[in-house]
Design a protein around this ligand. Structure first.
Ligand SMILES: *Cc1c(COP(=O)(O)O)cnc(C)c1O
Length: 400
C-alpha cells in the first residue's frame, strides 16, 4: 500500500446487506445480476464481487472480457455476464474463462462460433444473452434485425440463447412513459423470439431488464409479468443501489406516490465507500495571502490552511475548487483556491486544533456530518456514477 495517505475504504459488509435487501425487493422468482463493472464502480472488483457472491449473488455483470477474466479469478463459481459487447479476439477468453457474452451483431456470433469450433465446444454449450434495442439506440439489435440473429441458434449451433436483454433509458423518470414504450417493444420482440423457439425447452430462461431505478421505482413487477407471459423469469441488474445510493427520479414522484421500495431503500441502503486523506501540513497566513494556482482565493483575514495530498489526478473534480467542503474533526472545511493535480488546500481557520495527520473525509461520514457521491456530483455538474468511477487507480482500495 502506498504511504501517501489518500485511500478508499470499501465496507463489504454493507454491500452484502444492500444485496440481500435488494433481493428481498425483487419479485419472488426473479434474479439479480450484481453489476460490478468498472472496478465495481470504483469500489474494487476484487473486494466487491466476492462480497456479492457471499450475500447470495449467482450472477455478476462486467463491461468487458478483460473485466470478466478479473471477476472469474476471484469468483470461480459465479456466472459472469459481459454486458459491454464482444470485440474481435475476445472469443477464446470467453470460452476459457466461462464468461457469458451479451451479443447483438452477427459479427459477434462469428467471433464466438470460430472460438467454439476451435475449442470443440459441444452443441448448445455456449450460453449467450441477446440484447434488443427497444429505444435507447445504444447497443442491441432492432426488431427488424432479429431474424438473422435468431437463425444462428439452430439445433446444431454451439449457442444456447439463455437470456433476452434490453436496457431502459428513462427508468429514473417517475412518469414511466419511456419505460412503458420500451416494454411494449420488448413484448413484440418476445413474440418473434417465442415463434422462433416453438418448443418450451429451447426457449430462453431469462428476461434481463432494469437497473437500480427500475427495481426501486416500481417497474420490477411489470418486468416480471412480461417475462412470465412468455414463460421466462425476470433478471434485474442493480448497480448504484448495490453501492448504497438511492437513485434520484426526475421528474420526481408526486407526494404520496413514491413506491414503497424506494421509501424503504432510503432507510436500508448503506453507502459502501468512504474516501479519505490526512492533513499533510498546516500553515497560518496573513490577510491578503493568495492560495493556489492563479491566486483564485485570497485570505480575507489571518487564516489557518491545511494541505491535503489529494488532487484531480486522484479523481477529485477540479471544479470543486472554492466551492466544496470536506470533513475534518467532524466539521465542514471549505476547499480554498484551485485544486492541483496532487494537492488541495482547506480553510481550517474555524476548526480549532487541526494538525498534520488528522483524518479528512472526502466522501463518506465523520461524526454527525456526511458527504455523498450525489453531493460531489451536484457540485461538479455530473452524476454519482462518474464521481465513483473516476477515482484514480493510484488510490488504494482497502476493505473495512
Ligand atoms: C451499468 C448498467 C446497469 C446498472 O445501472 P445502475 O443504474 O447503476 O443500477 C444495468 N444494466 C446495464 C446494461 C448497465 O450498463
Amino acid at each position: 500500500m502506498p504511504t501517501r495517505p489518500c485511500w478508499v475504504e470499501t465496507r463489504t459488509r454493507s454491500l452484502e446487506d444492500n444485496y440481500r435487501f435488494l433481493k428481498s425487493l425483487a419479485p419472488a422468482d426473479a434474479e439479480l445480476l450484481a453489476i460490478v463493472k468498472a472496478n465495481a464502480y470504483g469500489h474494487s472488483l476484487a473486494l466487491c464481487a466476492p462480497a456479492a457472491v457471499r450475500a447470495g449473488a449467482r450472477w455478476l455483470g462486467v463491461t468487458s472480457v478483460e473485466e470478466g477474466v478479473a471477476a472469474r479469478a476471484v469468483c470461480p463459481e459465479a456466472r459472469v455476464v459481459v454486458i459491454g459487447g464482444l470485440f474481435a479476439g475476445d472469443g477464446p477468453a470467453v470460452i476459457a474463462h466461462r464468461l457469458t457474452p451479451v451479443v447483438w451483431e452477427l459479427s459477434q456470433l462469428d467471433e464466438l462460433e470460430d472460438a467454439a469450433r476451435r475449442a470443440e465446444a459441444p452443441t448448445g454449450s455456449l450460453q449467450v444473452h441477446l440484447e434488443i434495442d427497444t429505444g435507447m439506440s445504444r447497443q442491441g439489435v432492432s426488431l427488424d434485425g432479429l431474424p438473422p440473429l435468431l437463425a444462428r441458434f439452430g439445433a446444431k449451433s454451439p449457442f444456447r440463447l439463455e437470456a433476452v436483454m434490453t436496457h431502459l433509458y428513462g427508468s429514473d423518470e417517475a412518469d414511466g412513459g419511456a419505460t412503458d414504450a420500451q416494454l411494449a417493444r420488448l413484448d413484440e420482440a418476445m413474440q418473434q423470439i417465442a415463434a422462433a423457439f416453438p418448443e418450451a425447452a429451447t426457449r430462453p430462461e431469462w428476461l434481463s431488464v432494469g437497473a437500480s431505478a427500475a427495481l426501486l421505482g416500481g417497474e420490477a413487477d411489470a418486468i416480471a409479468s412480461l417475462a412470465g407471459r412468455f414463460g421466462l423469469r425476470a433478471m434485474l441488474r442493480p448497480g448504484l443501489a448495490l453501492y448504497g445510493l438511492v437513485p434520484h427520479f426526475e421528474p420526481p414522484f408526486e407526494p404520496g406516490h413514491e413506491p414503497a421500495a424506494l421509501t424503504l431503500a432510503r432507510i436500508r441502503l448503506q453507502p459502501v465507500m468512504s474516501w479519505k486523506t490526512r492533513v499533510a501540513s498546516v500553515r497560518t497566513v496573513p490577510a491578503g495571502t493568495e492560495v493556489g494556482y492563479n491566486g483564485t482565493f485570497v485570505a480575507t483575514e489571518p487564516m489557518r490552511l491545511a494541505l491535503l495530498p489529494v488532487g484531480y489526478a486522484d479523481g477529485l473534480d477540479r471544479q470543486l475548487g472554492n466551492r466544496f467542503n470536506l470533513l475534518v474533526r467532524g466539521d465542514q472545511a471549505p476547499i480554498v483556491g484551485r485544486i492541483s493535480m496532487d494537492q488541495t488546500v482547506l480553510d481550517v481557520t474555524g476548526i480549532p486544533g487541526v494538525e498534520a495527520g488528522d483524518e479528512v473525509v472526502i466522501l463518506g461520514s465523520q461524526g454527525a456530518e456526511a458527504i455523498t457521491a450525489f453531493d460531489h456530483a451536484h457540485a461538479a455538474g455530473t452524476i454519482p456514477w462518474e464521481v465513483f468511477t473516476r477515482i484514480a487507480a493510484r488510490v488504494p482500495r482497502v476493505q473495512v
